[in-house]
Write a protein that binds this ligand. Sequence first.
Ligand SMILES: Nc1ncnc2c1ncn2[C@@H]1O[C@H](COP(=O)(O)OP(=O)(O)OP(=O)(O)O)[C@@H](O)[C@H]1O
Ligand SMILES: C[C@@H](N)C(=O)O
Ligand SMILES: [Mg+2]
Ligand SMILES: [Mg+2]
Length: 358
Amino acid sequence: MQKKKVALLYGGKSVEHDISIRSAKNIFEAASKEKYDLYCIGIDKKGGWFLTEGIISEMSTGEELSLSLEFGKMIFKTENGKALNFDVAFPALHGTDGEDGNIQGLLEVAGIPYAGSDVMGSSIAMNKYYTKQVLEKQGIPVCKYLYFDYTHQPDFDQIEKNLGLPFIVKPINLGSSVGVSKVKSKEDFQKALDEAFKYDNEIIIEEFVTSRELECSVLVDGDQIKASVPGEIVVDKNYEFYTFEAKYVDGNAAKLEIPAKVPTHIEEAIKDLSINAFKAVGCQGFARVDVFYLEDRGICYINEINTIPGFTNSSMFPMMWKHDGYSFEGLIDTILDEAIYRFERKTRLKTNFNSGLE
Ligand SMILES: Nc1ncnc2c1ncn2[C@@H]1O[C@H](COP(=O)(O)OP(=O)(O)OP(=O)(O)O)[C@@H](O)[C@H]1O
Ligand SMILES: C[C@@H](N)C(=O)O
Ligand SMILES: [Mg+2]
Ligand SMILES: [Mg+2]
């Protein structure tokens, strides 16, 4: 069988650039070299695109790529004008421009099948405010929250009255806990706002949910939508929550338990909620759903959906699927097969209509 040409996109003009490099390295290593010719395309911190040998931090040492429109088709070209064709793309990108629908729109217009959610699912899931609005409409439980944009200075007393103390301040469209703060007193408040508004013009403020923190992964395998066994993150008491440092810097900050030790009916409820949340937001391919389990009350809230979850050594998405019988290599096959299958289904749709109009 002919090898498929896969564009592995990584890096990105995003605060999660370095995390994407870690994810892409693992995907590059795990992907079958018998089935795929992998083209590593690094997007540097300024947004430049480069064809690189493997996954590297200094992307600009690679060959610069350009995008051009020729006879109605968008194509990628190397410096010497050679056109690159791909059978499928894997955007191993996190956050801004990579996970929010922007790259997905570009790949749609370029006519390249791609792994994961399309423009709509990506952009809703990236936006923590719209995600909650959509989930609530479907009766999926979420915590209490308030929305603000840069034109409104939130009032501490008002927020405390609505959400209690402590509460959590987050940029709306970010990931890896960047810009997220826990506010325990009025003194913490301005710093938390400044931190979140550094990265986004919109923020969400949420009640602090005291709970066990669980994650559940969703995968489309053929026509089936599957939910993985949930995993639990037990964060060391030195950390107020699962911060960037606890995720990626301090290797001892978090213990990952797969499967999470929860009663069977809770495990089933989390799987159902995760699949329902995935569908409600219009996700495709795969995602990781972050969940709060309020043990005392026996209920769960959905925190957020990550449409391109981490594939790093400390990320649970591949670990949960490994537990459920998917090797890393098999997981990549499933994701890429689904992307191609979905693209073919879409290609069969009519894009012209004989209107009879002059
Ligand atoms: N409402 C909340 N109550 C308690 N803790 C919270 C709340 N929201 C977030 N947290 C804590 O902050 C962490 C980061 O939040 P969240 O997952 O929403 O952000 P993120 O930046 O999208 O992270 P990632 O994409 O890496 O999962 C959570 O893993 C959790 O530890
Ligand atoms: C990469 C990071 N946003 C995650 O959800 O794993
Ligand atoms: Mg996230
Ligand atoms: Mg999260």
